[in-house]
Design a protein around this ligand. Sequence first.
Ligand code: SF4
Length: 130
Amino acid sequence: MAKKAILMCTCSGACPSMKDINFFELCERIRLELPHDFLVMHPRLCEENGECLMENLLKNDGTKYYVLACKEEKQRKLLRDGYQKAGVPMNEDTFYPISLSFKNTDQVFDELRKALEEEKEEKLCEALQE
Ligand code: SF4
């Protein structure tokens, strides 16, 4: 079965739009309560060090990456090079961006939970149609 990985970018903990998110609490709740294979938290995914992480971490093996970071459209631009360096196409099978902007810990947790459940239901429907 395809893996589900969560990449969380904290924007150095300095972005005012993320001030209501407790990143450590969020990580632990995700780890304990949501179905996924692994979770990685990084302070600046869109900079050289973050791209280096992506180059070494991302795999083109069917893993879907749920990326919790800035706004979805911004992620598409800023994280494109990291995907490219990893040799992973950025598409709906590999990239599920979730914006952290102006949300609190509970809101982000709920949005990710729904995204993971949505995926489970889609897979179930596909299996029933086969
Ligand atoms: S990817 Fe987005 S959230 Fe992460 S450091 Fe860059 S601008 Fe900030």
